[in-house]
Design a protein around this ligand. Structure first.
Ligand code: GLN
Ligand code: ZN
Length: 767
């Protein structure tokens, strides 16, 4: 009998109930009881939805972040919040979100707080997902002390509900690997101090009648050096005497060279991601000692497509015969990364909807697989037939496959990725055409998305505002934005992106091949969710997207106007993408479709075109050995989109982060004439990468942090640019903020940009 379980469930709620409850609580509109009641209700509802599984995750729920929860469980709170005498829950949110000095009075909704208050914990991406966790803070003196209260309370709730509870923890090795030691100490030195706390926790769970505990060690799918491999052995040998059975869970990729290590750890069971690499799983089975449980993650916990149940069964049936009771089945990873319920989608095209499965539907698929294996396929014949029909319809649909796209792609040879001339030839032509001063100033694209703009969009979407009136309102916003930029004295202007809801969704909406859910929210961090568009078919641009807006903006000024587009790699990385073709192919389709937009902008007389690749870096595979392959096709796609323009047309790109050391050669290979990057929070270190590489093209290292409402002074900006000029030739430098300004207010934006322009003017005066 194969057994069924789940690794974790989304906690935000099908209607984002947790988001609203958190935000009401943070604003002081509701008390802790209301928040905790919503949380308990969601847990109960989600456990009920998982009834019938042989083991249900407990402790996967979090009010903010599961890694932060683990830090509290381990008693590893940052120094700055220890000894706090107020409400525990407030202290938790102080680490999660920070607290400014005056926030108690106002309610506070800014993640990065400092200056007299409490700085928030650093956030970073959870492996290669779009979920962000709070980084554990470690140092040579870190001590741990168990606080099992959260987990025990949730366990009691689950048991009272009659759930077959399987507590979920983040494992000790992954915990240390995700942590950062700011004093440069060796994190592994802490393992000996950490393990007794885990042992104590497992004992307490055993005392509550728990049989299985799921310990997540996703770090097992990354490259581990000898010390970290050793840490795995140390950790699990020390925990093996605990009275619970440990199911060690790895996910987000195959084990590859860590298979032998994982197979031989002294735990009762192993969960692996079985999606991509079946040969790897097959080899693992050969290595696994005969008493161990093997849990196969066969349902995709990261994407929204229906599984091919017939095909899965053909693979699983012999395995089930071979492994018997030892075979467990589950989604590949926690269902945190997919939306909750497809049934919430009432406006999605029915054909496309029939191809999809969200969290609840994935659990249904799991149940069908389980019954087919345990009772025979006949027991679920109609479910299997339905599934097969949906898959067949997707495979054959003309909405998925467009012969024109395939043909166009075939003609898109690498020659199209090449600019006519090298940068050294282009640069003077562009300089002559644009006539910009030294230290040219610009912005990254968006200007404040005011309440009026959002209201107009909402009314337009609801049909209360006609197309013509909406367009008029947006044009008025663009005109206002251009006037403000001229008044401030910027050199290269933008239209401000008023008409865009989101940099990916906006373009997705205009391209064939994309669908949009109305409730397909996935937690990004805390109460923030994203709703990734669904890329389901061959991508085609059926008409110009931005040209009229940019032309209008250009008509209002004599200064150069930048056209603003989102790049193919970011479109891909921020969407749910097709699983029926390689990501690289979807990316190239996007690139080719958007290349048409670049060329149309150029033909409309737009002298500078910016292609945003905010999510370029986050697409990097978890294993370094796989990086180059990704970089090769990602760069080729960017170049295919960008490089059809004439030498005189200047291509900008923007990337919202500051780690370039390890990918600088690829960044250079993009061959953008100018790249603007985030920089102000990283103290200019990142420019070292550009300096060491002798990066030849233009660079705009952001001069102020747009996440903060603080207005930078002219002197600060001058200082930052002078520091940049110690590494990069002044002739290469541009002056711009870190990122777009859409989350800021005009009253912050105007003085900030005025100081930036004044700083550039000061820099132009020879000293
Ligand atoms: N052009 C976009 C903006 O200014 C870029 C945003 C981003 O890179 N995240 O908002
Ligand atoms: Zn950015």
């Amino acid at each position: 009998m194969a057994r069924l379980h789940n690794l974790g469930f989304a906690r935000i709620g099908a209607q984002r109930e947790l988001k609203w409850a958190l935000e009401r609580y943070w604003k002081g509109e509701s008390g802790r009881e209301a928040l905790l009641a919503t949380a308990a209700e969601l847990r109960a509802r989600h456990w009920a939805a998982q009834q019938g599984l042989d083991a249900v995750p407990v402790g996967d729920f979090s009010l903010y972040d599961q890694v932060l929860d683990m830090s509290f469980t381990l008693g590893n709170l940052p120094e700055r919040v220890r000894g706090y005498h107020g409400d525990e829950l407030d202290n938790y949110f102080r680490v999660a979100r920070g607290r400014s000095a005056d926030s108690a009075a106002h309610g506070h909704d800014e993640h990065h707080a400092c200056c007299g208050g409490v700085a928030a914990g650093e956030m970073t991406k959870w492996f290669n997902t779009n979920y962000h966790y709070i980084v554990p803070e470690l140092n040579a003196h870190t001590a741990f002390k168990l606080d099992a209260s959260r987990l025990l309370a949730q366990l009691a709730e689950a048991q009272a509900q009659g759930v077959n509870a399987k507590p979920v923890l983040i494992g000790p090795v992954t915990y240390l690997a995700l942590g950062k030691a700011h004093d440069g100490s060796d994190r592994l030195e802490l393992l000996d101090r950490l393990l007794p706390v885990y042992a104590e926790l497992l004992e307490q769970l055993a005392a509550q009648g728990v049989q299985w505990v799921q310990i997540d060690e996703p770090i097992l799918v990354t490259e581990l050096d000898a010390d970290w491999q050793h840490a795995f052995n140390t950790a699990y040998h020390q925990l093996k005497s605990c009275r619970v059975k440990i199911l060690l869970a790895s996910y987000f990729g195959p084990l590859l060279d860590n298979k032998y290590l994982a197979a031989n750890l002294p735990v009762a069971g192993l969960h692996v991601d079985a999606l991509a690499d079946r040969a790897d799983v097959q080899q693992l089975i050969g290595l696994l000692p005969p008493h161990k449980v093997l849990s196969l993650g066969v349902i995709d916990g990261r994407n929204v497509w229906k599984s091919d149940l017939g095909e899965l069964l053909a693979w699983l049936e012999p395995l089930a015969a071979q492994l018997g009771e030892r075979l467990w089945l589950a989604p590949s990873c926690s269902l945190l990364h997919v939306p909750v319920d497809l049934e919430s989608e009432t406006t999605l095209d029915p054909e496309i909807k029939s191809w999809l499965a969200f969290g609840l539907q994935k659990l249904d698929e799991l149940r069908v697989l389980g019954r087919a294996l345990n009772e025979g396929r006949a027991a679920v014949a109609s479910e299997l037939a339905h599934n097969a029909a949906a898959l067949a319809s997707r495979r054959a649909s003309p909405r998925v496959h467009d012969a024109q796209v395939a043909q166009a792609l075939q003609q898109a040879t690498p020659a199209l990725e090449q600019r006519h001339s090298a940068y050294a030839v282009r640069a003077p032509l562009q300089a002559k055409k644009l006539g910009l001063p030294a230290w040219p100033t610009t912005t990254i694209g968006s200007f404040p998305q005011t309440a009026e703009i959002r209201r107009a969009r909402k009314e337009h979407k609801a049909g209360h505002l006609s197309d013509a009136d909406y367009e008029k309102a947006m044009r008025a916003e663009i005109a206002h934005c251009v006037r403000e930029q001229e008044a401030v004295g910027l050199d290269v202007l933008v239209h401000g992106e008023a008409e865009r809801n989101d940099m990916v969704e906006y373009f997705g909406e205009q391209l064939a091949g994309y669908a949009f859910s109305s409730h397909g929210w996935v937690q990004s961090y805390g109460s923030r969710c994203v709703k990734p568009p669904i890329l389901y078919g061959d991508v085609k641009r059926t008409r110009p997207i931005t040209v009229d807006w940019i032309k209008y903006a250009q008509s209002l000024t004599r200064r150069p106007m930048k056209g603003m587009l989102t790049g193919p790699v970011t479109m891909l990385n921020w969407s749910f993408v097709r699983d029926d073709q390689p990501r690289s192919l979807s990316c190239r389709q996007l690139a080719l479709a958007l290349r048409g937009e670049v060329l149309d902008l150029e033909a409309a007389g737009v002298p500078i075109i910016q292609i945003d690749e905010a999510a370029f870096r986050e697409g990097l595979p978890l294993r370094r050995a796989h990086w180059q392959e990704y970089l090769d096709w990602a760069i080729a796609s960017f170049r295919l989109m960008a490089n059809g323009v004439r030498d005189e047309t200047q291509i900008h790109s923007h990337m919202c982060y500051s780690e370039f050391n390890d990918i600088i050669a690829s960044i250079a290979a993009m061959d953008a004439d100018v790249i603007t990057i985030e920089n102000s929070r990283s103290g200019l270190e990142l420019l070292a990468a550009f300096e060491d590489f002798a990066y030849p093209n233009g660079i705009g290292p952001g001069v102020y942090d747009i996440h903060s409402p603080n207005v930078p002074t002219q002197a600060q900006i001058v200082e930052r640019m002078r520091a940049a000029a110690r590494r990069i030739a002044a002739s290469q430098l541009w002056v711009n903020p870190d990122c777009g300004l859409k989350t800021r207010q005009w009253k912050e934006v105007v003085p900030s940009l005025a100081h930036m322009v004044a700083a550039a003017r000061q820099l132009r005066v020879p000293t």
